[in-house]
Design a protein around this ligand. Structure first.
Ligand code: SF4
Length: 374
């Protein structure tokens, strides 16, 4: 199989690829700028204007320019677009482009097909388990991740304005695919590459502690942690990864690692589930849990999906929760749902298979909350 150029960082392109075919590092840089820069986003050797003819011939013979093919684009009533890509092996992955009236447009990329984490509130994690461990089909390659952002730029820049932010919050647990995610993020923030500011590329995790440490040490991109609970009891249930890396370990690691990272703030994501994690006691515990961790907190409206046992917290209750945190000095934002009429919203990506990942036993004190909206 011919190697896909989008998997290579500039260093690898120069040394290990263009060099081995007998061409100069300068030619690799010219190629790199046509792959990612100056609104070219080359999709084939025909898009490589200005490059030496032999070099172009060599590329069309030995290299692949794309790792994914466009399958479909659906647009939600709020302008959010869900792009479906087919991969070489026929699997389908989803990417979401979220325009914002303030001029900021975000592309949300997937890092795996499916997900093994089995977060109980998430649609992606509830997918088929045929041949697979829980809901995970496979990791995406760096090329398949990078191309989601390149493709979104190529297709949609004229329609939605230039894409300013990347979030790794699509299908999958990015840090379970850390090698490829680090490589893809490097390409995205390269000054000669896709040129995103590292502060505007955010990798989100459910809390894989060893990989989280490695990410903080090796990448200068932003980190989001999906927190969603203030006690181990609730988090063990709704995010089973907590049974391995509990709240104390997760937050203790962040406290320690961030103490040496200048001006770095972690983003805590908190999906609000009626009667489960939205009480005044939860708000007070959350203030205590994040103490001394440089952070922002996003309170996220839960997006219901078919088969979901949870219900969204009412708006007034979310505002009350936000106000308690803000009064205690936390930086806190309410994040409305985007794209939910086309299943393009957070936690709604993917297509359920015949068998879902298992639902876990609901602790007795929360059974009523799942039956009756609070
Ligand atoms: S919330 Fe993220 S980590 Fe959890 S199951 Fe869904 S995709 Fe996986």
């Amino acid at each position: 199989m011919r190697p896909c150029l989008l998997v290579l960082t500039i260093g690898l392109l120069q040394q290990e690829w263009v060099g081995t075919h007998g061409y100069r590092p300068g030619q690799a840089l010219m190629l790199w700028k046509r792959l990612y820069g100056n609104n070219i986003w080359a999709h084939s050797s025909e898009d490589l204007e200005g490059l030496n003819k032999d070099f172009k011939n060599m590329l069309s013979e030995h290299a692949e320019f794309k790792a994914v093919s466009l399958k479909d684009i659906v647009t939600a009533s709020d302008g959010t677009k869900k792009i479906l890509f087919t991969l070489e092996d026929g699997l389908v992955v989803e990417t979401v482009v979220i325009p914002c009236p303030s001029g900021r447009t975000t592309v949300c990329v997937s890092s795996q097909v499916g997900c093994a984490m089995n977060c109980q509130f998430c649609y992606t994690g509830r997918q088929a388990i045929i041949f697979i461990k829980m809901g995970l089909r496979r990791n995406l390659t760096a090329a398949e991740i990078v191309e989601q952002a390149v493709f979104a730029r190529r297709l949609l820049t004229s329609e939605v304005g230039s894409i300013t932010n990347v979030v790794f919050m699509g299908m999958g647990e990015p840090l379970q695919n850390i090698e490829n995610v680090l490589q893809a993020a490097d390409i995205m923030v390269d000054e000669q590459g896709l040129q995103f500011s590292p502060r505007k590329v955010t990798v989100s995790t459910s809390g894989l502690v060893p990989q989280l440490k490695r990410f903080l040490r090796e990448s200068n991109c932003a980190l989001a942690v999906s927190l969603n609970a203030t006690t181990d009891e609730v988090r063990n249930w709704i995010m089973p990864i907590n049974r391995k890396y509990n709240l104390g370990l997760l937050l203790g690691t962040l406290r320690e690692e961030l103490s040496s990272k200048h001006k770095f703030k972690v983003l805590f994501e908190y999906v609000m589930l009626a009667g489960v994690n939205d009480s005044i006691d939860d708000a007070e515990r959350l203030i205590h849990l994040v103490q001394d961790i440089p952070c922002k907190i996003n309170l996220i409206t839960f997006n219901p999906h078919s088969g979901s046992q949870f219900k969204p917290t009412r708006d007034e209750k979310m505002i009350e929760f936000r106000n308690i945190l803000a009064k205690a000095g936390c930086t806190v934002l309410l994040r409305p749902s985007r794209g939910d009429d086309q299943m393009a919203a957070c936690g709604q990506l993917g297509k359920p298979g015949e068998l879902g990942a298992p639902l876990l036993r609901v602790p007795a004190q929360f059974q009523a909350a799942l039956e009756v909206s609070v």
